[in-house]
Design a protein around this ligand. Structure first.
Ligand SMILES: NC(=O)c1ccc[n+]([C@@H]2O[C@H](COP(=O)([O-])OP(=O)(O)OC[C@H]3O[C@@H](n4cnc5c(N)ncnc54)[C@H](O)[C@@H]3O)[C@@H](O)[C@H]2O)c1
Length: 347
């Protein structure tokens, strides 16, 4: 049996990976989260999932293959650095090396946090530095580092100069300015990934997801928030900024498919885009959800709200060529799923 580690395993991306890895493998999945943003597994695992406590661990499922450790990942990593085998010696898990390590613990928080508390977001530097330091000691079989589209230079994303961002638009030897401390931490994380691969021989894959969304994303993110307001037939309909700003929205199932495939092919710490390769404005998103809800509201722009760059979308040619991968869930189908989940939550 393999043992995997998912940091930030109770957040949006992390919990989807915990469920996916549990469903598609016979392996044991350890996940760590301080629940600063993420929610306890009892809120997102199927109702009635058995749980057993073992000291400060909670072990979920009939097969006991989902093991949750609540805590700051930096504390856990320090414990691992002090005693790499503590999960074996202290709890009796029979393994010496993690197989896949997915590092989703991060302070993210969307536009309000990125612009509103950039120094708090900069703490990602400490989470990522300690993570990569441990990785180079432990040497798991494979590591996944989620960078972000925010690592791309912002001057390629303005209203007068927006291009479909290609992987080569980040070049460590010739750099533009990333998006706030969030973008800088992600760019630094990519550099640490490159160092871990090149100088320590660790297999690392970096991904740059664009705007990931899904049915169970929390309401601080625009897609589920807009869906919930449309389901409640908000009118006038508020939008941050003019609503003409756009993003490249990609469903979490597509993000996971592409990530797992990328880990089979990319080991040198280099990064790939994960998006649809399509720019969709927030006004278009509102149009889709209010069409599902069957009404046509007046739009009320909130010009004092933070909106970030004007247009952020990617070029998916490299991923198509290198991995033969394309997203499967169209904007229309993905938004339909989110809308139905928003309706369920109202009932
Ligand atoms: N969701 C997206 O579309 C997207 C896009 C690009 C990149 N990413 C990256 O993917 C990763 C996960 O993003 P997400 O959307 O799931 O965010 P999220 O906020 O939902 O999840 C992050 C999780 O990390 C936990 N956490 C924070 N600090 C921690 C710490 N010190 N120790 C332990 N746990 C801690 C939080 O409680 C939360 O559950 C992040 O690195 C993010 O930058 C996500």
């Amino acid at each position: 049996m393999n043992y995997h580690l998912i940091t930030g395993g109770c957040g949006f991306v992390g919990r989807n990976f915990v469920k996916r890895m549990h469903r598609t493998t016979q392996d044991t999945i350890f996940f760590v989260d301080d629940l600063s943003v993420g929610t306890h597994p009892s809120t997102w695992l199927p109702e009635g999932t058995p749980v057993r406590k073992l000291d400060n661990l909670e072990i979920f499922g009939e097969d006991e293959r989902m093991v949750f450790l609540k805590g700051d990942f930096r504390d856990v990593v320090r414990e691992l650095i002090a005693d790499d085998q503590f999960l074996k010696t202290k709890y009796g898990f029979d393994f010496t090396k993690f197989s896949d390590v997915f590092h989703f613990a991060a302070i993210v928080g969307g536009r309000a946090k990125i612009d509103g508390d950039p120094m708090m977001v900069a703490l990602d530097l400490s989470i990522d530095a300690e993570f990569f330091y441990w990785v180079t000691k432990h040497k798991p079989a494979r590591v996944l580092y989620p960078s972000s589209s925010a690592a791309y230079p912002v001057d390629l994303q303005t209203d007068t100069n927006a291009i479909a961002l290609s992987e080569t638009d980040i070049d460590f030897k010739k750099m533009g300015q990333p998006d706030m401390t969030y973008g800088w931490t992600k760019l630094t994380g990519e550099y640490l990934a490159f160092i871990a691969a090149k100088y320590y021989g660790v297999s690392v894959t970096c991904i740059r997801p664009f705007s990931g969304y899904g049915e169970d994303q929390d309401l601080t993110y625009p897609i589920p928030a807009i869906a919930a307001r449309a389901a409640g037939k908000e009118n006038p309909f508020e939008v941050w900024g003019s609503g003409k700003q756009g993003r490249d929205f990609v469903h979490i199932e597509d993000v996971m498919d592409c990530t797992l495939l990328a880990m089979e092919h990319i080991t040198d710490g280099s990064a790939i885009n994960i998006g649809q390769g399509r720019l969709t404005s927030f006004l278009e998103i509102i149009e889709i959800f209010t069409r599902f809800a069957g009404y046509n509201p007046t739009i009320k722009p909130l010009l004092d709200k933070p909106v970030g760059v004007h247009s952020r979308y990617c070029n998916m040619d490299y991923v198509k060529e290198r991995l033969g991968w394309e997203p499967k869930i169209s904007i229309e189908d993905g938004m339909r799923r989110v809308y139905e989940a928003a309706l369920d939550r109202r009932n």
